[in-house]
Design a protein around this ligand. Structure first.
Ligand code: PLP
Length: 386
C-alpha cells in the first residue's frame, strides 16, 4: 500500500544526513562538554558549531541561543522566566487565544499565581490585530507573546508589527516560531523578537531538542537551576547528539529552503484547490494567502473529521483533525473555536501538512482517496444532506 505522511506539522522524519552527523556523538565522541579534557573539548566544539548554525539561521549571535529540550521548554522558559524576573515592574501578560498549549498552559499557571493574562481574539482567518495589541497594553504589561505561525491553521501573524509595538512600549516580546523555523526565512531583528522558541523535530532534526533565542540584555530568570551549563540559563548536561543533529538540520534547511518552500507551496495549492473543487461543501480554515507553505486545513460539512482520519489511515495516509477528543487534546480545537468556526465544521475538520518529501503523485493519490472517504463518511452521517 502507498504510504503518504501528511502530518509534518506534528513532526518530521529525521533526515538520514542528520542521523549520520549525530551517530559519532553517542559512543565515539562521548565526552561531557563541561569537562576540562580533550573528550570534553571535542564535544564542546560540536555544541558550539551547532549553536553557530542555529543562531546564524535566525540572524542572532551565538551567545544569544540557549539549547533546550524542545519547543515546550523554550516557551515555558520564556514566559515564566519573564514573569518571575519582572514581577516588580508589572504582572500583566498579553498573548493570543490561538497559541499552542506550550504557551497557553504556562500562562494559565501564572494566572493561578496572581498574574493577569489578556488572551487576544483573532479574526476569522486566525489573525491577531496589531491595533488590538496596542489597545490592551497597560503600565503593568511586562510581556507580549504571539506565535509566528499557527500549528493548526497555518496562519502567519504580523509579527514584525507586533514586535515594533512591544519595543515602542518597552515591553519584552516573545514569539513561538516552532512551526516556521526551517520553513520560512526570518531574522530576529526584523521580527523585533526579544525571545523566540524553536524545535528541531519540526525541521527534519531529532526529537527532544530545541532552543530559545534570548536577546542580550533581556531580563529573564534562569529556567533550570543546577550546574552552569548554557551560561547558567539552563543547567543539565548537554544532549550532544541531539544538538549536533539540530545544527545539521539547520544547515540542510538553510541550503534548500528557498526551493523547498516554493515546491511545497505549489503542492499545497494543488491539494487545497483540489479539495475545494472536488469535494462539495468543503471550506478552507485559516488565511488564504498568509499561511504556511505546507499547511492545508479544511472542514467538511456533515462528515466526522475523526472518522475521515481513521479511514485515511487505513489507506496509508496520515493527517490530523481538530475535532473533539483527538489524541493530543481534551476537546475541540481552541484554534477553530477562536476563529468562530461553527461546531459542525470543527467536527468535520482535517489538517494535512506537507513536507519536503511530499510529491505531486502523493497529492493526487490523497485527493482521490479523500473524495471517496468523505463520500463514505457522509453516507454514514445521521445528518446526511450532501
Ligand atoms: N509550539 C508550537 C507552535 C508547536 O507546533 C509545538 C509542537 O507541536 C510546540 C510549541 C511544542 O514543541 P515540542 O514538541 O518541541 O515541545
Amino acid at each position: 500500500m502507498r504510504k503518504v505522511y501528511l502530518d509534518n506539522a506534528a513532526t518530521t522524519p529525521t533526515d538520514p544526513e542528520v542521523v549520520r552527523a549525530m551517530l559519532p556523538y553517542f559512543s565515539e565522541i562521548y565526552g561531557n562538554p563541561s569537562s576540562a579534557h580533550s573528550w570534553g573539548f571535542e564535544a564542546r566544539e560540536a555544541v558550539e558549531r551547532a549553536r553557530k548554525s542555529v543562531a546564524g539561521f535566525m540572524g542572532a549571535r551565538s551567545n544569544e541561543v540557549v539549547f533546550t529540550s524542545g519547543g515546550t521548554e523554550s516557551d515555558n522558559a520564556a514566559i515564566k522566566g519573564v514573569a518571575f524576573a519582572n514581577r516588580n515592574r508589572g504582572d500583566h501578560i498579553i498573548t493570543s487565544s490561538i497559541e499552542h498549549h506550550a504557551v497557553l498552559e504556562p500562562c494559565a499557571f501564572l494566572e493561578k499565581n496572581g498574574f493577569d493574562i489578556t488572551y487576544l481574539p483573532v479574526d476569522r482567518y486566525g489573525l491577531v490585530s496589531p491595533d488590538d495589541v496596542k489597545k490592551v497594553i497597560t503600565k503593568r504589561t511586562i510581556l507580549i507573546s504571539v506565535m509566528h505561525a499557527n500549528n493548526e491553521i497555518g496562519t502567519i501573524q504580523p509579527i514584525a508589527e507586533i514586535g515594533k509595538i512591544a519595543k515602542e512600549n518597552g515591553i519584552i516580546f516573545h514569539t513561538d516560531a516552532v512551526q516556521t523555523f526551517g520553513h520560512m526565512r526570518f531574522d530576529v531583528n526584523e521580527l523585533g523578537a526579544d525571545l523566540l522558541s524553536v524545535s528541531a523535530h519540526k525541521l527534519y532534526g531529532p526529537k527532544g531538542v530545541g532552543a530559545l533565542y534570548i536577546r542580550e540584555g533581556t531580563k529573564l530568570s534562569p529556567f533550570m537551576h543546577g550546574g552552569t551549563q548554557e551560561r547558567g540559563w539552563r543547567a543539565s548536561t548537554h544532549n550532544v547528539p541531539g544538538i549536533v543533529g539540530f545544527g545539521k538540520a539547520v544547515e540542510i534547511a538553510s541550503e534548500g529552503l528557498y526551493q523547498e518552500q516554493k515546491e511545497v507551496a505549489v503542492l499545497r495549492d494543488r491539494l487545497m484547490n483540489g479539495i475545494l473543487e472536488r469535494i462539495p461543501h468543503s471550506v478552507l480554515n485559516g488565511h488564504p494567502a498568509m499561511r504556511m507553505p505546507g499547511n492545508v486545513n479544511v472542514s467538511f460539512k456533515n462528515a466526522e473529521g475523526e472518522l475521515i482520519m481513521t479511514y485515511l489511515d487505513q489507506e496509508g495516509i496520515a493527517c490530523s483533525t481538530g475535532s473533539a477528543c483527538n489524541a493530543a487534546t481534551k476537546g475541540p480545537s481552541h484554534v477553530l473555536l477562536a476563529i468562530g468556526l461553527p461546531h459542525h465544521l470543527i467536527t468535520g475538520s482535517l489538517r494535512l501538512t506537507l513536507g519536503k518529501h511530499t510529491t505531486a503523485e502523493n497529492i493526487d493519490y490523497v485527493l482521490g482517496k479523500l473524495e471517496e472517504v468523505v463520500k463514505r463518511v457522509r453516507e454514514l452521517s445521521p445528518f446526511r444532506e450532501c
